[in-house]
Design a protein around this ligand. Structure first.
Ligand SMILES: [Zn+2]
Length: 65
């Protein structure tokens, strides 16, 4: 009956939805063009995800916006 030994997906016991915005990292990329030392370069310090407030996921099922 239970021959499904090839469970590649690790299903969490607690259902939650990974934040669509930051992908669960809690931080989002925030690349900015900055002039440093007279040379233009991209600075990406990242910033807290405004969607999940750095939690990275939501409890329960949240449909994609
Ligand atoms: Zn997020």
């Amino acid at each position: 009956m239970d021959d499904s030994d090839e469970s590649e997906l690790d299903v969490p016991a607690e259902v939650h939805t990974v934040c669509q915005y930051c992908g669960g990292g809690g931080m989002v990329a925030d690349p900015k063009l900055a002039i440093i030392g007279g040379a233009p370069r991209t600075v990406d310090n990242g910033r807290p995800c405004p969607h999940c407030e750095t939690v990275g996921h939501f409890p329960g099922i949240v449909p994609p916006v």
